[in-house]
Design a protein. Structure first.
Length: 170
């Protein structure tokens, strides 16, 4: 089970990095949810980046092909490698307007960083509650799916962090 925790932690850290990098654009859009979501959905690579999905898919295929291997070592290695490749942030290139760590931005990021592991724990709890097969391969594949979903929903986690801090801002 510790192996699954390592894979989950990689997805959480990658999601937090993505949240941090998205915060600059949320700040540029003046913390307006509608404008930020319009910006996110304006280009496919902002809401569905190719490399994370390709790394996740390759990892799932490899896990399915190697389910006959004894133990969980190969599943763990594949899960860790595919998660690392998926969440590794691409280069930002030239940054015209950088992120300014204002007090509001710090509070919002803090709330979003707390929300990310909570969301993954909620996904695991819900998956456990529906009674999936106990096969270890299913657990690895399901955790990879939940990790990718968490990573792709980073813009919504950022908005959630902002909404959680709304009473503090008032």
């Amino acid at each position: 089970m510790a192996e699954l925790g390592i894979i989950g932690l990689i997805w959480i850290v990658g999601t937090c990095v993505r949240v941090y990098r998205q915060a600059r654009f949320y700040q540029i859009e003046e913390y307006m949810n509608g404008r930020y979501l319009r910006w996110v959905f304006a280009r496919r690579d902002r809401w569905l980046p190719t490399r994370p999905v390709a790394a996740w898919a390759a990892g799932i295929v490899a896990m399915l092909l190697l389910t006959e291997a004894p133990g969980t070592f190969m599943l763990t290695v594949i899960g860790v490698i595919s998660a690392l490749v998926a969440v590794w942030p691409p280069g930002e290139g030239e940054v015209k307007k950088g992120f300014r760590p204002t007090a509001r931005a710090k509070r919002m990021l803090g709330a979003a960083f707390v929300q990310a592991p909570f969301d993954l724990a909620l996904y695991v709890f819900l998956a456990h509650g529906i009674g999936l097969p106990a096969a270890i391969e299913v657990r690895y594949i399901l955790l990879s799916c939940m990790g990718l979903f968490l990573f792709l929903t980073a813009p919504f986690i950022l908005i959630g962090g902002n909404l959680l801090m709304t009473p503090v801002e008032a």
